[in-house]
Write a protein that binds this ligand. Structure first.
Ligand code: TXA
Ligand code: MG
Length: 341
């Protein structure tokens, strides 16, 4: 038997908790979500308390099937039905005009709502048994790295969560692609495994790309410091990666290198640990957050990530690695200046 198969009893227990207004963490194909009954404002408030998330950051409502779209959204454009038919269940979140059913607590007071049908047997069982929508952000503290295993959720949120359903490691490992369809155009708010090209092919039109940082749309995925590990992270091109690693090691830093290309000559040393990352984008995406969690646990002083290819299949991963590195940039400049003195 698959060790991650979940018994009906566990699903029923999770449903009972959701009905009682408690939280349940559950696996999806992207990352683990921290769920609560989307129609219960008090339950939704618990998510914000547990995450330490500002209340104006809207949550995604997870539903069992596209047929439930009209419960949560209104004025649904044809493009939404087309994308839902093509990609649900799957790693796509649609931003639509919200219906009167959606509490303000879910949308942060906005008149739009994020909706998604996840593609994971445990999420599907839970949603079908529950029947309603489950509001769920990634099951991490605000601004930290998303969890891709039940253990990550346990380590970070532990006893605060009503129940954690263990469905094994997430298959994709990077959060869903978010597309807004509220103003006629299709606008990409967050890149994910589902590519812009696949969406454009389905819609037969171009989708608009937002700037990485937008002050107008309140998507926390757009904050600079989002998805950041506790350990500062820097991105370095392949040919400077090991020079920089040794420079930091000489300063007494314990360095973790997320290395993509094969640097046979550059072995790990006492101060430098090499994490050989997969060469394929999909595999890299699946392992990225798990590697960052592992590094955070092991008390490294610095992560050096080898710069990634700029090809389409790396877009979402580049986005997450860059965001993770953003908080480090200024501090690194200061460090480099003092070193050079
Ligand atoms: O893959 C995923 O999307 C995972 C799994 C659990 O489904 N969920 C996830 O949720 O990543 P969260 O809350 O960590 O990120 C969802 C993003 C946030 O940046 C949020 O601000 C944005 O979606 N969002 C949700 N509703 C929105 C809305 N109405 N308008 C604009 N952005 C919205
Ligand atoms: Mg998140």
């Amino acid at each position: 038997m698959n060790p991650h198969t979940i018994s009906d009893d566990k699903i029923q227990a999770a449903v009972a908790l959701l009905q009682a207004g408690e939280t349940v963490a559950f696996p999806t194909e992207t990352v683990y979500g921290l769920g609560a009954d989307a129609s219960n404002p008090l339950a939704v408030q618990k998510i914000f308390e547990i995450k330490g998330r500002p209340i104006y950051h809207p949550l995604i409502v997870h539903i069992a099937a596209a047929s439930q779209l009209s419960v949560w959204a209104q004025s649904i454009p044809d493009d939404a039905w087309r994308l839902a038919a093509a990609f649900w269940p799957g790693p796509l979140t649609l931003i639509l005009q919200r219906s009167s059913q959606v509490p303000n607590e879910v949308t942060g007071g906005q008149d739009t709502v994020g909706l998604r049908v996840p593609d994971h047997p445990v999420a599907t069982s839970l949603l079908r048994a529950f029947g309603g929508g489950i509001a769920a952000p990634s099951a991490n503290r605000f601004g930290q790295v998303s969890p891709t295993t039940a253990q990550h959720v346990h380590d970070k949120l532990g006893v605060m969560v009503g129940m954690i359903l263990d469905g094994g490691p997430c298959h994709i490992g990077v959060e869903s692609t978010i597309v807004s369809l509220v103003h006629g155009d299709a606008v990409l708010l967050r890149p994910g495994r589902l590519s812009v090209e696949a969406i454009e092919d389905t819609l037969n039109k171009k989708i608009l790309l937002t700037q990485p940082i937008s002050t107008k749309v309140r998507a926390s995925g757009m904050l600079n410091s989002h998805y950041a590990p506790a350990t500062p992270i820097e991105i370095q091109p392949a040919d400077e990666l090991w020079i920089r690693a040794h420079q930091l090691a000489n300063l007494g830093y314990k360095v973790a290198v997320l290395n993509l290309s094969d640097h046979k000559k550059c072995a790990s040393s006492a101060a430098i640990t090499r994490f050989q990352m997969p060469l394929q984008a999909d595999d890299y995406g699946r392992e990225l957050y798990a590697s960052l969690h592992r590094i955070d646990h092991a008390n490294f002083d610095r992560i050096l990530a080898e710069a990634l290819p700029a090809t389409p299949e790396w877009v979402a991963i580049n986005d997450r690695v860059r965001r993770a590195a953003q908080g480090t940039t200024n501090e690194t400049r200061i460090l480099v200046r003092t070193e050079n003195r």
